[in-house]
Write a protein that binds this ligand. Structure first.
Ligand code: THU
Length: 161
């Protein structure tokens, strides 16, 4: 039997269509990307998430001469958020990237590990985390992390069904 998965998302080119908070979140993600520590890949990523209490938490990728020791921007923001505000709901995360070597042609999506980490918090808090992937021309708005991760793995799989 053939089955299909349908993904619905918004593509926005008019930045004024976003709320003030979304624009602020994107501004913070962009600022964060500028201060990423990415001397090896020269690929700067910035993330900014907003909590239910309207607190904004930022993250940028942090690299290391021992390459696998580095960590993505999204996880820096998510882990920092959950370490400091473990009970707060994460409402939305904005993600952007700038390369030091060339211009990116489209918004960048989070890597697989970061999708999994987003999913963990989405499941834990029991409410969706909206995702804004953006560059200077376009915003891709997704309603929830699960949209980025079909056939996802979660804690239920660790238990006998
Ligand atoms: N990177 C992120 O920060 N987030 C992603 O979702 C994709 C990749 C970082 C990791 C590494 O420092 C650089 O981008 C190149 O892969």
């Amino acid at each position: 039997m053939k089955k299909e998965i349908l993904l619905k998302y918004n593509e926005i080119t008019d930045f004024n269509k976003l709320s003030e908070l979304e624009q602020k979140l994107m501004q913070k993600a962009m600022e964060s990307a500028k201060s990423a520590y990415a001397p090896y890949s020269k690929f700067n990523v910035g993330a900014a998430l907003v909590l239910e209490n309207n607190q904004i938490i930022i993250g940028s990728n942090q690299e290391n001469a021992s390459f696998p020791a580095g960590i993505c921007a999204e996880r820096v923001a998510l882990f920092s958020s959950h370490a400091n505000y473990p009970k707060e709901i994460i409402k939305q995360i904005a993600i952007t990237a700038i390369t030091q070597n060339f211009e990116l042609s489209a918004p960048v999506g989070p890597c697989g590990i970061c999708r999994q980490v987003l999913l963990e918090y989405e499941e834990k808090q029991g409410s969706d985390i909206e995702i804004l992937l953006f560059d200077n021309k376009k915003i891709i708005k997704l309603a929830k992390t699960k949209d980025l991760l079909p056939f996802y793995f979660n804690e239920d799989r660790l238990k006998q069904q």
